[in-house]
Design a protein around this ligand. Sequence first.
Ligand code: ZN
Length: 79
Amino acid sequence: MGKGNKGKIDNLGRIVIPKTIRKALDIDHNDDISMYVENNQLIITKGHKSCDICGNKKVDVQVKDKFLCSKCLKTIKSL
Ligand SMILES: [Zn+2]
């Protein structure tokens, strides 16, 4: 797999993940992925991220490299 897969974001904000990358990650259409920002880079991972505190699958916020659900965010805010 080459290092320099190039792509463009279309007018709806979509990107195409090249076949070579999909193959390398073993992902196919309708698979779940997660996207987040780390060190100013877009990271796309297989499957879903979960809350780093309670494990809730519904992540609402990212704080640096941590993912939080709205419940835990509320708890932290009320500390
Ligand atoms: Zn949580």
